[in-house]
Each structure stands twice: as C-alpha cells, then as structure tokens.
Write a protein that binds this ligand. Structure first.
Ligand SMILES: C[S@@+](CC[C@H](N)C(=O)[O-])C[C@H]1O[C@@H](n2cnc3c(N)ncnc32)[C@H](O)[C@@H]1O
Length: 267
C-alpha cells in the first residue's frame, strides 16, 4: 500500500511498529530512529545546512519566511526592557526582530544546541541595528540553563519539530517564563486547501530537494525538511499539548493557507 504523505491522514497511532517493542523510537523525517539517537541525527543535519541556511530559507520560501517571522514577533507585543528567550534560535532572524522591540534595556538570548547554526548567524546579528542586545547560549531545549520565571517572553521558530521530546521542550519554556509571560511558537503546518496542498507537496517533494542538492549540496537534507513537516503535530494537537504542559489562553494564526502556523500562549 502506498504511504500517504501527510502522516496524520495515515493514522499515526495505527501504524505498524516494525522495530523491537522495547526500543523507543522518534521520527527523523519519515525515518524512525532510536529515540536516544535523534539529537545526533538532528545535529548532523544542521551541521550540513548551517552555512547556506539563511540563503536556502529565503530562496525556498521566496522570502515569505521573513514576513511570517515579522508577523510572529509583532503579535507577541513585546515591551521595552523585556527579557526574551529564542529557543532553537539558530541564525537569529526572530532574535533580531525581538531585539528591535525590547529597547536598549531589553535582552534576547538565542538558545540553540548547534554551534555551527549559531556561528552562521553571528555576523548578521552583529550588523543589525539592535544586535548588541542579543546574547548566545549553546544548549538543549529540553534542559534550559536558566532559572524559573527568568523571561518575560519565550519563542521558538521552526525548531520544536527537531526536539526529541517536544513536551519537555515546551515544559522548559513554560518553566523559565514569568507568570503571565508570553510564549510564541512558529512552525510549519498543513495547508488547509486540498488543491494548495497538492501543489505544495509537488513543490516540497520535487523542487525543494532538487534546489537543496544544487545550491546547498544536499538534496537529502531538504527531503528531510519536507518529511519532518509532515510528521509534525497538527495545530489542534499542538494546542492540546501546550495546555497540557501549563500554558493557557492558546490562540493560533494561520499563515499562507496553513503552510506555517503561529501558536501564542500565556503562562
Ligand atoms: C530550522 S532551524 C530554526 C532556526 C531559527 N529559529 C529560524 O527560525 O530560522 C532549527 C534550529 O533548532 C536547533 N535545535 C534542534 N534541536 C535542538 C535542541 N534539542 N535544543 C536546542 N536547539 C535545537 C537547530 O540547531 C537549529 O538551529
């Protein structure tokens, strides 16, 4: 039987487990890898794309990711003086936007596990108008090295998909947030219109890996991107998880027919 592209339709919970029952697995794209190895797969993936990450983002999204990120930070309504954590912050697009909103006394911390990704963004951040408000910490989203209630706002952009235990990542975001603080998650999702989704699938499974091979030297890495989006939680599932880990007032905003989705919540 042909496997459907969007795994929610296929019925995630009904899929046949073909690995040993005792071994916990996690998705890396469509591939199931031992849970305790996923972070290594993710690390290798981002090592391989770091140098061309920004260029490829802009090319593959035709620049639209900048609009999504601007919308996401704008609706966080950050205040001057805010301390903001950018989990899985990578090359720092969201951090730069947040730094512009928090004023001179505000700070934004990029928290990312991958040194190559952080380094790929440093020049861009330093060249930005508010770059001196941005700091960098290398670390795992599942174990955030800040005390409880330290941040006024936390955000994660296109990163939580890569975290092995997404619930642990969100729990940590909730823990380091002040009561009443805001959490924003920007992530890929599933387009709502079937026609649009069909076109998007053709683009994702054929054009993106081809461009990835041509420009970034790895079609596999960009096929992984396509696959990882299709194994990720749907908006309602994500909303339920956010409530479960302690967030409230969860709202969503669909971007570009649902290619991406913003979840905004409060602690
Ligand atoms: C797709 S990039 C997103 C970067 C940036 N937020 C953006 O919107 O362009 C995902 C980032 O998540 C980071 N990441 C993956 N797993 C992580 C983890 N467990 N803890 C912290 N960062 C992680 C990767 O190193 C990578 O920089």
């Amino acid at each position: 039987m042909k496997q459907k592209k969007w795994l929610d339709e296929y019925g995630k919970e009904n899929r046949r487990e073909d690995e040993r029952p005792s071994q916990k697995t996690a998705y890396f794209g469509y591939r199931k890898v031992p849970e305790n190895e996923k972070s290594q797969w993710v690390l290798r993936h981002f090592n391989s794309v770091a140098r061309r990450y920004d260029l490829m983002n802009t090319l593959l999204s035709l620049g639209i990711h900048h609009l999504w990120k601007r919308t996401a930070v704008r609706i966080m309504a950050l205040n001057p003086g805010d301390r903001v954590l950018d989990v899985c912050g990578g090359t720092g697009d969201l951090a730069i936007l947040a730094a512009g909103a928090v004023g001179r006394s505000g700070r934004v911390i990029i928290y990312d596990i991958n040194r190559a990704m952080i380094e790929a963004g440093v020049d861009k951040i330093n060249a930005s108008a508010s770059g001196e408000r941005v700091r960098f910490v290398q670390g795992d989203a599942e174990r955030v090295s800040f005390p409880d209630g330290y941040f006024d706002a936390v955000m994660v952009g296109f990163g939580i998909r890569n975290v092995t235990h997404m619930d642990e990542g969100f729990k940590e975001m909730c823990r380091v947030l002040k009561p009443g603080g805001k959490m924003m998650c920007l992530e890929f999702s599933k387009p709502t219109s079937p026609l649009f989704r069909w076109l998007y699938d053709i683009y994702s499974f054929h054009v993106m890996p081809a461009l990835g091979g041509l420009i970034a030297g790895s079609s596999r890495a960009y096929m992984h991107l396509t696959e990882s989006i299709r194994t990720f939680a749907l908006p309602d599932e994500l909303t339920a998880l956010l409530k479960q880990v302690g967030f409230s007032q969860v709202t969503t905003r669909k971007l570009t027919n649902g290619i991406a989705m913003i979840h905004l919540a409060k602690k």
